[in-house]
Design a protein around this ligand. Structure first.
Ligand code: ADP
Length: 474
């Protein structure tokens, strides 16, 4: 079985969120199952030099896009037994960031054409191309249209994984003829049409042989208007080819027993060291070294993450015997909210407004609880990483949060975290209160911590589910 995994980002080369983690961990888990899986991503200038300067140049050619011939190089790098291909274009990918440019539609149309045109030239014709989110969602369309004449590609099947339906790649309809060599006949409900614009995600969902989302609950939720981002009708219509598979986490990188980025390593039988990590973290953040429960937030600071119901709860939460640490960047209003509370209550909350992966690991290890009150959460990794580090999640019951956290039952003592269901401030505070109450009983708390640490979030389980779909398609 040969799989080409196309993604707009991939750890450790470059990542902005969960997709980057998945693009690294899932191929590795599939490889263990005997699948020949290779990954292809853009060669951004933000990729560290140690990788960029050691790539092997395989081939280059021109791609005609927006009525220009544009250079496209294909480089290769092997890491951990996996072959990574990089689509090289200084014009499109030599930028400071990954996304958010005026010409993103053109950049990722180019990347998608590059992926398809590369396969024959590098001699890797996969059984399945697994594409991810809107950036690569036009690959299934292009295979069946612009590139349908290539015989070698006739039998290739496609899977689209939706990591976040919020971002769909919506552009003026002229992208069809200017970027994709398609005509206006593709502006239909079975193609790209979306309120008069061209929607890449929608087209991908229409054309892919199979569609997955990153948790079973999210797959169900997006059939409803609240979560469906105006595509709920389509999701229901193509329900026969949609399923949800919960992401895993990289249990090697996220291993409290071996993590080189935390001061004291520990496991579920040696939780004294977790307490030491907490004290170190409190010192580092300038918080008093006390036994108060330390609640962390490690997140993009955006509406999705539930910060609009958290902001009005902050005063009340901080009035309790509690400490908080926030690691995140995002919308200015939320960055400022956390800066404000850190200035007002420096003994209670530390706001680290930055993206810092090493600090995040120290926070996972040193916190008692991790708060994830998301409005919607396709899967969510932070609650799973938190559990692996014995940091008990407090989450809203949505998407992957619901699928990964077992609500604590105070009568039986079972459960791996605390959950609340309604998207409102009052419910959130109740959720936090229940966690704080449980924390007071040390033996009870240790039991919850251990249950959380025992939960299996390895990719091996998810990879088997993907393999099952690959097999059914081929
Ligand atoms: P999303 O992909 O929606 O941002 P996920 O929970 O799926 O959310 O993945 C977020 C990933 O990014 C996690 O691995 C988390 O540790 C990491 N992360 C988020 N914010 C930061 C930050 N400020 N610094 C370091 N890592 C972060």
């Amino acid at each position: 079985m040969k799989i080409l995994f196309a993604a707009s980002e991939c750890y450790p080369f470059i990542k902005t969120g969960g997709l980057g983690d998945v693009a690294w961990a899932l191929p590795k888990a599939l490889k263990k199952l005997g699948v020949d899986v290779r990954v292809i991503l853009p060669k951004y200038s933000g990729i560290p030099e140690k990788y960029r300067y050691n790539m092997k140049h395989l081939t280059d050619f021109n791609i005609n896009i927006a009525h220009r011939d544009q250079f496209c190089g294909i480089d290769m790098y092997e890491l951990d037994g996996i072959t990574f291909y990089f689509v090289d274009s200084m014009y499109f990918f030599d930028r400071n960031g990954l996304y958010g440019y005026m010409d993103d539609g053109e950049r990722f149309s180019f990347f998608s054409c590059g992926v398809i045109e590369a396969m024959e030239r590098i001699g890797f014709i996969p059984d399945i191309i697994h594409v991810n989110d809107w950036h690569t969602a036009v690959i299934p369309v292009l295979l069946k249209t612009k590139y349908s004449w290539i015989n070698a590609y006739r039998d290739i099947k496609t899977i689209l994984t939706i990591h976040n339906l919020k971002f769909q790649g919506i552009f003026p309809q002229d992208v069809l003829w200017n970027l994709l060599n398609l005509d206006s006949s593709f502006m239909t409900d079975n193609g790209f049409e979306f309120y008069g614009c061209a929607n890449y995600m929608k087209a991908g969902m229409n054309y892919a042989d199979f569609v997955t989302t990153v948790s079973p609950t999210y797959a169900r939720e997006i059939t409803y208007p609240f979560y469906g981002e105006n595509l709920h009708g389509l999701i229901s219509r193509i329900g026969y080819k949609v399923t949800g598979i919960l992401n895993g986490i990289d249990t090697k990188i996220n291993d409290p027993e071996k993590d080189p980025d935390i001061p004291y390593n520990y496991n579920k039988d040696n939780l004294e060291n977790k307490a030491k990590d907490k004290a170190e973290l409190q010192r580092e953040l300038g918080l008093p070294v006390t036994n108060s429960p330390l609640v962390s937030i490690i997140s993009r600071l955006t509406d999705q993450k539930g910060l609009d119901i958290l902001s009005p709860a902050m005063e009340e939460i901080l009035s309790k015997d509690i400490q908080m640490v926030v690691v995140g960047t995002g919308e200015a209003k939320y960055e400022d909210t956390f800066r404000y509370f850190a200035a007002k209550y420096p003994e209670k909350i530390s706001s680290q407004i930055k993206f810092d992966a090493k600090l995040a690991q120290r926070v996972y290890a040193g916190s008692d609880m991790i708060l994830v009150p998301s409005k919607f959460e396709p899967c969510g990794l932070t609650q799973m990483v938190g559990m692996r580090y014995g940091t008990v999640p407090i989450v809203r019951e949505t998407g992957g949060l619901k699928d990964s956290v077992i609500p604590y039952n105070r009568f039986t003592g079972e459960g791996t975290g605390f959950t609340f269901s309604n998207y409102d401030t009052y419910d959130l505070i109740q959720g936090v209160n229940r966690a704080l109450e449980a924390y007071k009983d040390k033996d009870q708390w240790k039991k919850i911590v251990r249950s959380a640490m025992e939960a299996d979030f390895s990719w091996d389980r998810s990879a088997l589910e993907y393999l099952d779909i690959y097999r059914k398609l081929t």
